[in-house]
Design a protein around this ligand. Sequence first.
Ligand code: ADP
Ligand code: MG
Ligand code: MG
Length: 943
Amino acid sequence: MNTPDTIELSQEASLETSSKINQKFVFSFHEGDGKNKQLLGGKGANLCEMTQIGLNVPPGFVISTEACLTYLADPGRQLPEGVLEKVKSQMEKVESATGKSFGDPQNPLLVSVRSGSALSMPGMMDTILNLGLNSETLQGLIQQTKNERFGYDAYRRFIQLFGKVALGVPDEKFDTIFEEVKHKAGVKVDIGLSAENLQEISQRFLEVVLEHTGRPFPENVFEQLEIAIKAVFNSWMGKRAVDYRREFNITPQMANGTAVNVVAMVFGNMGNDSATGVGFTRDPGTGENVMFGEYLVNAQGEDVVAGIRTPKTVSLLAEEMPDLYRQLEDLRDKLESHYKEVQDFEYTIEKGILYCLQTRNGKMNATAMVRTSVEMAKERLLTKEQALLRIKPEMLEQLLHPRLDSKHQSEPLAQGLPASPGAASGQCVFDADRAELLGRAGQKVILVREETKPEDIHGFFASQGVLTSRGGKTSHAAVVARGMGKPCVAGAEGIHVDVKLRQAKIGEKILHEGDNITIDGGTGCVYLGVIPTVEPTFSDELKTLLMWADENARLKVMANADTPNDAKNALEYGAVGIGLCRTERMFNAPERLPIVLEMILADTPEEREVPLNKLLPIQRQDFKEIFTTMAPRPVTVRLLDPPIHEFLPTEDELREELQHLRHLKETAVGVANLFNSLRLLHAENEGTQTQLPFNDKGVELIEQAIAKKELMRKKVHELHEVNPMLGHRGVRLGLTYPEIYKMQIQAILEAAAECQQANIDVRPEIMVPQVCASEELVRVKSFVDELRKKIEEEKGIKLVFKFGTMIEVVRACMQADELAKQAEFFSFGTNDLTQATFSFSREDAENKFLPFYAENNILENNPFEVLDAKGVGKLMQIAVEWGRKTNPELKVGICGEHGGQSESIKFCHELGLTYVSCSGPRVPVARLAAAHAKLGESKNVSL
Ligand code: ADP
Ligand code: MG
Ligand code: MG
């Protein structure tokens, strides 16, 4: 049978054909390269690897993804030449390894035919079990095992899977028969069925196949094998798999074609000393270093994940089969020490012997990733660098997911398994299509199902969370939700879903579509209504991990914070300073706004002095608190930036208010006149002297209010700008109304002075926004110098602070060398700089044309989300270079949203910036991204 790789080829054969025939398509588990997932698929490569490191894997072989692609490219849909011969010779090796033979009526070999591409796509492609059964080999299997029930159980499973996957018979046809027989036999679960029941089922399944395909079920085992291999190859182009690849942007570079794994069957359904299970080497929900998983006694393959019976947690195995539990622990240790990564594995126990059927890197949520990274580094399975690189920075965001507020105690409606942590609320919907429809319409929905299937995937995308009434922590719903970082409660058995009526019953209670529920994937509880959530706190592991990140990073991470409270949070998130403190945010408090209005409405600097004198102590106090909170870290205070009319009402609002006041005045005057007439009448009747006319305070009050509003309207009108973002704002405002900037500078310096006198080591930095010319800085600096001298003399101290500029105007980049003569630091305002570089106004761009640009690949990314390295980045590069030429000590940073985005952070690292500053909750992401940027430079750290 051993055909040589090259069969006789005529000399004229084209190069292409000869290379294909020379190509090796089939690899035994002993020879396949465990690293080559592109060629062998993830499952195949790992089956080879596990075989080669001595784990107990049933014998088998892999047909490569290249064979799949060659097959799919052939319009005649024939397996590539030579493949069948190779398969036959490999089958002979499996036969001799197992002592059974394929198609043998006495002692038949059965195999599974399993899909597996380079990337794991759970449940997207097909696998067929128990292949090799026919009417004759079935009898052989029964005689060999002396177990009729087992024989028919395997047979009915094979007919159904093969019928569905390879022959296209609808699953429902089989399910209906199965349920009918179960009902007739009066049993609830499959293990209650007798051999006779299963025999009946098998018989009826065969009839269904004949009826549906018009041909009898194939008896020839090699024909079965060939059809199955083709069916698995075809499943690569199946709708489910294609949709999945599109949704997750899986390109051919990442995974191209599926391999086929042919594996000798081992049986978990041979009785009570047999079982099948799935496991994780650590808990994928918490990361705890304990064996995690579920198993079912006397079951096969998919039973655990399909939610047919609710499986047992693996710790019970320690009691049920202690010897096997030890074997399982040994397997777990070997897998982890070899792969140096948490493994998600599948196993089967056949009559007391443990076989490993699959392993892959475990998908975990952020909590588990952080904990396992830290612990595996401490166990020396990984280096600290590897532990850091293992986690995508953006993933840490998940840790900032809300949890249920424990103050709002309420009785759970139902209880399931905590399958994917986090809390979510939304309206319940009972099928994936409705979830998608409502989700698209902007509703928050929770998908509630009996169990989920791969075809429900679009419903997951649309939902806040998923709730199922059947299945365990390794059910489809749980695995998919964890992968997406969405909360999931699985196996909440009290819930009875009725998809047709769009409702679910929980005891007496009926939930209708649209009713709000809350699920807590951390506890498994389900509640009626929307329950408030709270922000989570940092775990010790996260603190450790981020400490390692800081040790490895060169970029410093600061936070944007506008209030003392923000500053406290920033410290908790691990910011090493405040990179942007926006003073205008301090103006917006309700008790302060009237003073700010007074300041704006003033006509002369003298008039303006009164409100400024009121604002001075307020700002000074704010700064003192923020500086003190952050001491001894730097706090960069930006002088007033937005156009001042942002503090004022709009002209329309004022017009309406004025109208209302005038109306009021008319009424008031009418009332006053009425009173006057009444008094006059009274005086006449009594013959007394005429009284003075009624002096109406009310009318006077209203008139004052009208005058004030009129003034404001005039002012608003005066301040109106065609293009406020490019108008009278930032340093332009600071120079034309110098008293405002002077007040702010005075507040900063006095706050610093008071702190210094109290021996608090503070580091204020004064930052000027919207600068385009060095002369602007010269002038603001002169205000600073003047005030500094005054305060230093008064207090007899030497003030310590820095003076610098925002770089957010294109001209500032071009003038960086000049600006650096005046500034001790630069901070790129990349939001404004991006608008200026593209001449896009952000709102208009994001609403009107950027989505089109992204879809049509005109721009790679939304430049407001990912820093545009090619344009904005070039300007930044020039500014850094020229600025540092003037002043090599120049500190350069970035503030704005890009400062918290990992790709942009990498770019900032490469530019040689000193720091990035971002919103508080992004700080952990930025710290890890900064470490990644640095570690990415050195070649010797890899995973
Ligand atoms: P998936 O990619 O959907 O996980 P698999 O190819 O891993 O599909 O097969 C699903 C399940 O079938 C496995 O977890 C395992 O329990 C069972 N199975 C596959 N091959 C065999 C085999 N040779 N012997 C016993 N069970 C098997
Ligand atoms: Mg599997
Ligand atoms: Mg700006």
